[in-house]
Structures are given as C-alpha cells and as structure tokens.
Design a binder for this molecule. Structure first.
Ligand code: FAD
Length: 381
C-alpha cells in the first residue's frame, strides 16, 4: 500500500495552495455580507486551470485523473477561504462539464467545453423543483416534442450559478407516464425565448455563490440540444451525481486542515487561568477529534479517488464520502468556533462563516439522509 502522492500531484497541490492563498481571499467577509459573486476570482481559477481539471485536454481541460483532481481541490479548500467560490466551481465542474464530457455529442463538446474551462462561460444544473427535491425524478417540468425541437414548461429552484450562467443543464420529462424513463436532459442557452432566470436567492451560507430559479414558458429548445438520448436523463443525472458526490467535498478536507491549524495555534497562544487553553483537556480533546476527522475523511476520499481511477464501481464509497465529509465538516467548523470562544462567533474571525457554509454540504448533492439510504441499499438492506 502506497500513501505517497506522485511528484506531479505534490507540485500541483503546492502551486494551487500558493495561488489560492495569494489571489482568492480578498474581501470575502464583505462579499459574504452582500452576497456577491466574484467574476474576477472565477477567472483567476480558470486561468489556473481549475475549471477544466477533469475535462480532456482536447476540449480545453487538464485531463486530470480523479485522485489528482481531488488533491487539487483539497489544496484549493485549504488556502481559499471563499467557500462559495469553491462551491460554484465544483457545481459547474461536476454537474455541467462532466455530463457534457460523458454524454455530449462532438458538436456539443466543441461548442461548450472550451469556454467552460477558460472561464468565459458559466453553467448551472437545474434539477430540483418546488415539488421535487430528494425525489428528483418525480419532477414536473415537461418537454413536448414540436417539429425540430422540444417545448419546455415548468420551473427549477435552488439552481447554483443560475444568475451568472450562460448555459443550463436542465431536466424535464417527455412523458410523465413513463416515470423516470421519460426524464431527459437538455442544454438550454441563456437568452432562449421562454426562459426566465429569477432574482438571486438569498441563503444562510455559501453566500458568494449565486443561486436562482428558472422559469420555462413555451421555451423552444432545438433537438440538437438534447444531452444524451431522449429518456436517458436519469443516466445523465446519476452519472453527474456520482462524480459530484465523490469530489464536491474534497475542498472541505482542505478546509478542515485550515481550521485545525488555526485552532491549534490559538489553543497554544490564548491563555486563561494562567495557562494556554490547549492545556485543558476539554480543549485538547476537541482538537484531537478535529485531527481524527480530518485524517479519516482524507483516507476515505483518497481511497475513493483510487477506486474511480481504476474504473471500479464505487456507489457505496461515494455515498459514504459525501455523508462522512459533510458531517465532519459541520462538526469541525463548530469545534473551531468553540475553541476560539466569543472571538469565534465574531464575523471578522471568519469562523462563523465556515459554520454557515458547512451546513449546506449536508443538503446539496443529496442530503445526508439520502446518502444513508444509498449506503444502506448498497449493503443489501
Ligand atoms: C447550497 C445548495 C445548493 C444547491 N444547488 C442545486 C443546484 O445547483 N441544482 C439543483 O437542481 N438543486 C440544487 N440544490 C437543491 C438540493 O439538491 C436539494 O435541496 C436536495 O436535493 C433536497 O431537496 P429538498 O430541499 O427539496 O428537500 P426534501 O427532499 O423535501 O427533504 C426534506 C427533508 O426530508 C428528508 N428526506 C426526504 N426524502 C427522504 C427519504 N427517502 N429518507 C429519509 N429522509 C428523507 C431530507 O433528507 C430532508 O431532511 C441545492 C441546495 C443547496 C442547499
């Protein structure tokens, strides 16, 4: 068993860490307050090659394998404190680029992937609806065949990146009677008549990541914009979700390392009752728990990357990673805040923001409860 990263992986990790520390942390407190997405930081991520990490080189990406991508995203999370930006990058990478890579026609790939990798385009993934969340395939948006295309009617909610997006990967049913077998994926361009992007939604955390609703009213989409085949939407969605569940939280492992380093330094330096607070067992044990969560989360994540690169089925492992990393991240964020006492509760310490951001991870890409369901099913229950 070899736990070493390759020289290239280590070099990539170090360069991303240095880049993120230097370039991505300006004004995060203010942008969090106002709920402002930074297009400038987005472009810097694109220029650094982050947006195209898993996209093949021929389409403008880096063609990185799963483990390398995970290591890169972990480094990003360790040094970049703008969790919303990281979330937006991930949402595009896993729920928009990956399905186009896997299911897109040559024309669709040529048309969209280079711009998504170089930062000139932003994409969003619209599955959730007011009436269908965890039960995603019970969606109500319809796609009626009409001449050379489809006419979409319905709405989507909680769509990350929507207010800034040029392209939407959208799911609709071509025949409700068919159940999940009627669900079909479409590529819908911003500006298509009949598509309205609603006002940005305000949320508890990840506030620098834009989110909005989509409304379709007689929205005509040409047949060339079907992603995959009609009726293959479940396959497209499951494939993106399995990548998303596997990799979207890689940056939280970096985030947990950052929280631990800060908390250790504070526990050594802050004195109460004449001694460093780290000498109190209640504090030191909390720090040990943070370290234990960090190491176990990283091991689970790297094992999953290794399995994915071997092309092995990893449904159980990706559900476990999504579940475990999100729960660890929430707890680690709370622990870091607690170790810092009242200062941890203050906005300028940038620890309370992590708590708000972390809670979202239990909800997006399938809630923790749903990951338990997937894992239980894969254990034969
Ligand atoms: C920050 C953030 C970003 C998001 N980005 C996107 C996006 O880009 N695109 C998109 O389409 N959606 C997005 N979503 C929506 C997300 O996918 C849904 O919120 C999620 O699937 C849950 O659906 P719901 O909110 O309707 O909750 P519901 O499905 O109504 O669930 C409510 C509660 O019931 C529980 N529950 C439901 N079914 C079961 C069950 N079978 N067993 C046990 N418990 C169950 C849930 O776990 C939850 O606790 C985002 C959400 C968040 C918070």
């Amino acid at each position: 068993m070899d736990f070493d990263l390759t020289e290239e992986q280590r070099a990539l990790r170090d360069s991303i860490h240095e880049f993120a520390r230097r370039e991505l942390n300006d004004d995060v407190v203010e942008r969090d307050k106002s709920g402002t997405f930074s297009r400038e930081a987005w472009q810097k991520c694109a220029d650094m090659g982050l947006l195209g990490l898993p996209v093949p080189e021929e389409h403008g990406g880096a063609g990185a394998d799963a483990l390398t991508t995970i290591v890169a995203l972990e480094a990003l999370g360790r040094a970049c404190t703008d969790n919303g930006l990281i979330f937006s990058v991930n949402a595009q990478m896993w729920a928009c680029e990956t399905p186009i890579v896997r299911f897109g026609t040559e024309e669709q790939k040529r048309r969209w992937l280079p711009g998504l990798c170089d930062g000139s385009l932003i994409a969003a993934h619209g599955m959730s609806e007011p009436g269908s969340g965890s039960d995603a395939f019970s969606l109500g948006t319809t796609a009626r065949r009409d001449g050379d295309g489809y006419v979409l009617d319905g709405s989507k909610t909680f769509v990350t990146n929507a207010p800034e997006s040029d392209l939407f990967v959208v799911f609709a049913t071509i025949d409700k009677e068919l159940g999940f077998a009627g669900v079909t994926a479409f590529l819908v361009e911003q500006g298509t008549p009949g598509l309205t992007v609603g006002k940005p939604l305000s949320k508890m955390g990840l506030r620098t990541s834009p989110m909005g609703e989509l409304f379709f009213e007689g929205c005509e989409v040409p047949v060339e914009n079907v992603l995959g085949k009609p009726g293959q939407g479940m396959l497209v969605f499951d494939s993106s979700m399995s990548w998303e569940r596997s990799c979207i939280l890689a940056s939280t492992v970096g985030g947990m390392e950052r929280q631990l380093e800060r908390s250790l330094a504070y526990a050594r330096e802050r004195r109460q009752f004449g001694q460093p607070i780290g000498s109190f067992q209640a504090v030191s044990h909390r720090l040990v728990d943070m370290k234990l969560r960090l190491d176990t989360a990283r091991l689970l994540l790297y094992r999953l990357g290794w399995l994915l690169d071997r092309g092995e089925p990893a449904t159980l492992e990706s559900a476990l990673v999504k579940l475990y990393l999100s729960e660890c991240y929430v707890r680690s964020s709370l622990d870091a805040l607690q170790v810092h006492g009242g200062y941890g509760y203050m906005t300028e310490y940038e620890l309370e923001r992590d708590v708000r951001d972390a809670i979202g991870s239990r909800l997006y890409s399938g809630t923790s409860e749903l990951q338990y369901e997937v894992a239980a099913k894969n254990l034969g229950l």
